[in-house]
Design a protein around this ligand. Structure first.
Ligand SMILES: NC(=O)c1ccc[n+]([C@@H]2O[C@H](COP(=O)([O-])OP(=O)(O)OC[C@H]3O[C@@H](n4cnc5c(N)ncnc54)[C@H](O)[C@@H]3O)[C@@H](O)[C@H]2O)c1
Length: 422
């Protein structure tokens, strides 16, 4: 029996926005209750989002006995913006602890590099980084230092995805040939902090949420994408900045299969959804068709309320992604694949530390590297070493959308790169 003991990890979360509020912080609080997480610090650009987190009625109800250490302090003036504060907070954290990256897409790499430079494990929201070269550099640096880097593709932890992977890889669906995926986020996102960074030069709906379904098809089938084209539809945010509000993507896979991916910020705010998302994969056997179809939005639960606390009186409720429910303890506890994904990634970082307990120097590094290689090999958690096809897709998509949907090829040999189709 293993004598390795999992030690709690101190965690610095960089970014105090929507995803931190909705998924990351409640998950970390629950892991703190379970003894897997020690101190929790949250660092944002300025104090306003931190005050919103600290005063959140939802978090207060679920975690009345928990709090985080804010950087900057909650009473710092809103106008005091410090884009480098996260560096100092990370530097103060002990070695081999955890940095959670929850900042806008184009800022991920700077935070990840700072974390790795200070010997931190990393948990980052998707997409990891915008280019393959950056992903490869992260992979090399993390491997050399024996640090875990995990990308939070929580759809992988949905039971339907895990089952699909198992059944597909057992040959039950034959071969994927054509498919469609969709993720339309609510219209009100345009009024959120998104309008400050979700502009044409930084991101687009395919990069932002289409990446979930590209990753999922790769996760289920193991097929690599070889061509991407994305056509965007521009629009103005309320502050006048221009972004892509919709995107129609087409991905070609290495076996010739084609998949269309439709994404946008425009699902009606008052509709039941509360967004629109689904995956359909049509497959072929020896002499028959096969299909794998997931309705990821309506999961069989409908609530009609007597009040407007959920934004509308009638909602489809997903009990599968993230819910706060009663349990035998204070407040509420998070359940669902959003929590399980964070839990698995935090556990992987802690397991990497446990692998070198009682040993030091080169031997400890080798033990951590062995543990990391096993995680990469298993392929359940997305890491730079086993999910870099996603960065090739993002890089190709960004290149294509800037050229009105021209197809961009992904080449794997002699070394991975993307190039315009001539
Ligand atoms: N389904 C998903 O997986 C999912 C959902 C939502 C968001 N995300 C990802 O999470 C990331 C953040 O999204 P969000 O919706 O929380 O955005 P948001 O705009 O609500 O929040 C961004 C936060 O980052 C902080 N920030 C920006 N630059 C910073 C810096 N230099 N130092 C410290 N803090 C900084 C801001 O203060 C803000 O608190 C994005 O990469 C997004 O793609 C993933």
């Amino acid at each position: 029996m293993s004598t390795q003991k999992i030690q709690p990890l101190d965690v610095t979360v960089v970014g105090g926005g929507m995803i931190t509020h909705d998924q990351i912080l409640p998950s970390l609080y629950q892991l703190q209750r379970a003894g897997m997480v020690g101190r929790i610090k949250v660092c944002a650009l300025n104090s306003a989002p931190l005050r919103a987190l600290a005063g959140s009625p939802a978090l207060e109800e679920a975690f009345p006995e928990r709090s985080f250490e804010p950087f900057p302090a909650l009473d710092a003036p809103d106008e005091a913006i410090d884009a480098d504060l996260f560096r100092r907070v990370i530097e103060e954290q002990g070695r081999h602890q955890l940095v959670v990256v929850a900042v806008p897409d184009h800022v991920h790499n700077g935070v990840i590099q700072a974390a790795l430079n200070h010997d931190q494990h990393v948990l980052t929201v998707k997409p990891l980084v915008p280019t393959y070269a950056e992903a490869a550099a992260i992979e090399r640096k993390a491997a050399a230092k024996g640090l875990f880097v995990g990308v939070e593709y929580h759809k992988r932890f949905d039971r339907r995805s895990l089952d699909a992977r198992r059944q597909y890889r057992a040959g039950r669906f034959g071969e994927f040939r054509a498919g469609e995926a969709k993720m339309i986020e609510p219209y009100y996102y345009r009024h959120s902090n998104f309008q400050n960074w979700f502009t044409k030069e930084n991101s687009d709906p395919f990069t932002y949420v289409g990446c979930h379904y590209v990753d999922l098809v790769y996760f289920i089938t193991g097929l690599k994408p070889v061509e991407v084209s994305v056509r965007g539809v521009e629009g103005a945010f309320p502050n006048g900045k221009i972004g892509y509000m919709w995107a129609a993507g087409r991905v070609v896979w290495e076996n010739g299969a084609v998949m269309s991916v439709t994404d946008g910020l425009g699902y009606p705010d008052l509709a039941a959804g509360t967004n629109d998302q689904c995956l359909a994969m049509y497959c072929e056997g020896a002499d028959c068709g096969a299909v794998l179809r997931h309705d990821d939005q309506f999961r069989g639960v409908q609530h009609g309320y007597v009040d407007d606390a959920s934004g509308a009186r009638f909602r489809f409720v997903s009990p599968d992604y993230f819910r706060l429910v009663p349990y035998d303890g204070p407040g509420l506890k998070p359940v669902g694949y959003g929590f399980e994904s964070i839990e698995a990634l935090v556990h992987a970082a802690a397991k990497t530390n446990a692998a070198c307990q009682g040993i030091e120097g080169d031997e400890a590094l080798a033990a951590r590297q062995k543990c990391l290689a096993e995680i990469d090999q298993r392929g359940l958690l997305a890491t730079p070493a086993n999910s870099w096809i996603n960065e090739l897709v993002t890089e190709a998509a960004r290149m294509s959308i800037a050229r009105d949907g021209m197809p961009v090829a992904i080449q794997y040999s002699p070394s991975p790169l993307v190039r315009m189709r001539t």
